[in-house]
Design a protein. Structure first.
Length: 463
């Protein structure tokens, strides 16, 4: 059996592609218009409708709900949030601690709602295990562990080589850090269940309806315009396709492969009985999960960026990227050398110039947006949606400020990305540098982070 390449993602090949809902039939109006039918848009519709049942809410989606990153991601529901360290520098340590605590709680919130609404998304709540397999990675991991504790994660656990192997036998692993604030899930099942839930609540969803321009009180499509006091941009990695947004967030590509279902004999060589979300401390990092049907889904950066902020629609992945991910899989688990790869795919995630996730409502125009999650969107989208709900209720006079509206990522302003060709050259150079740094660290055995990676971080604006 040949590897299926593209076709959106394995999650949809496994679950079945949904039949799109009816497109927008013409000009209409709403109280709130949400552009984008992924996690951010659907969670926002859910919380707004739950808070104010009489609201007329319309969601516009270019293809079908979950067509973008929400249906292609690695299924990590975890407490990471892009930009926390910068927010600590800008607003103080305690403000960033409040943001981190909100993210910790968000993992439980998603699980709670899925259970309450009967959304079966194969959620397995067993935390996140991040491993190190070079001395430099171990030094970074220990520092990372200490930093996370300083931000209030006192339930995080640092493990040595033997304790790590008792959880999962990653070849050469010398240590790991584990947090309970994480789970794995089936991304497409979550987004499909969420779309059905909000529709049942009375939210109108129009699919096959691409929005070409967002402006105050207007969302413009080829089939008509939706007019609403509040128009929310929830388009994440596809934001660059909107008029005037080409350089707002960079659409970063991430690629995945998934194995055939593995027999018990192979699982006996791997362990991983706890089904933790699995990551590493490399600069060009990976992410993986043991799926509900006993496959391994593993991902990382392939070709990180397409010229002109373009996006690939069907998820097709370059053969070299598929092979690199296969090699990474075998590097982690050598007993899988002959294992069949059933599916490969790619998707885009939104990256702001300063790598900080943001949520904003412009009270003068009624325009709102959330995103720039840099790969941490499964949970962050939920926190963003609850924050947008609170911001709209505050703006409309239905409520005052809340704990969420005062978090440091609210209203954060980010400069635009450089024009081409500098954008393309910069991103490809940075990721080549990160891969080179990983190779140099593996060869040298040094405890120090390679200077190439340190320089790349400074240029990228990540530190």
């Amino acid at each position: 059996m040949d590897t299926v390449n593209g076709g959106i993602s394995f999650w949809y090949a496994h679950e079945g592609t949904p039949t799109p809902r009816e497109p927008l039939p013409g000009d209409t109006s709403a109280d709130v218009c949400i552009v984008g039918g992924g996690y951010t848009g659907l969670w926002t519709a859910y919380y707004l409708k739950k808070a104010v049942p009489f609201l007329n809410i319309t969601v516009l989606e270019g293809r079908f709900c979950g067509y973008g990153a929400s249906g292609r991601n690695g299924g990590w529901l975890y407490n990471g949030i892009a930009g926390r360290d910068r927010y600590a520098r800008l607003h103080g340590h305690e403000a960033a601690v409040r943001l981190q605590r909100a993210m910790n709680d968000t993992v439980d919130e998603v699980i709670r709602v899925a259970d309450e609404e009967g959304i079966d998304a194969d959620i397995h709540h067993s935390g996140v295990l991040e491993v190190a397999y070079t001395p430099a990675q171990l030094a970074r991991l220990r520092n990372f562990h200490s930093v996370e504790i300083a931000f209030g994660e006192t339930d995080r656990v640092l493990r040595g080589a033997r304790e790590t192997a008792e959880r999962v036998r990653v070849s050469g692993a010398v240590g790991s850090s584990w947090t309970p604030h994480g789970a794995v899930l089936h991304p497409a099942k979550l987004v499909k269940g969420l779309a059905d839930t909000v529709e049942a609540l009375g939210v109108t969803i129009h699919e096959s309806t691409p929005v070409t321009e967002i402006k105050p009180k207007h969302a413009v499509t080829p089939y008509g315009t939706v007019r609403a006091p509040y128009v929310l941009r929830c388009t994440e990695g596809f934001t660059a396709g909107l008029k005037g947004q080409r350089r707002t967030w960079l659409p970063m590509n991430s690629s995945m492969i998934v194995t055939e279902p593995l027999p018990k004999a192979l699982w006996n060589t791997i362990g991983w009985d706890g089904r933790e979300a699995l990551g590493d401390a490399a600069h060009a990092y990976m992410y993986a999960q043991r799926t509900a049907d006993d496959r391994i889904a593993i991902g990382g950066r392939g070709v990180p960026y397409r010229y002109g902020s373009s996006t690939d629609n069907d998820g097709r992945t370059q053969p070299a990227t598929v092979e690199a991910l296969r090699e990474l899989l075998v590097r982690f688990f050598p007993t899988l050398a002959g294992t069949r790869i059933d599916h490969a795919w790619s998707g885009v995630l939104g990256v702001p110039r300063d790598w900080c996730a943001t949520v904003t409502l412009d009270r003068s125009t009624g325009l709102g947006w959330a995103g720039g999650y840099v790969g941490s969107g499964v949970a962050t989208a939920n926190l963003a949606a609850r924050t947008l709900r609170d911001l709209i209720q505050q703006d409309s006079g239905q409520a005052g400020p809340t704990e969420l509206t005062t978090l440091p990522w609210v209203g954060h302003k980010v400069r635009r990305w450089e024009p081409e060709p500098f954008r393309w050259l910069g991103v490809h150079t940075l990721y080549a540098a990160y891969r080179a740094a990983d190779r140099r660290e593996a060869r040298s055995g040094s405890l120090a982070t390679d200077r190439i990676a340190t320089l790349a971080d400074r240029v990228a604006g990540r530190h």
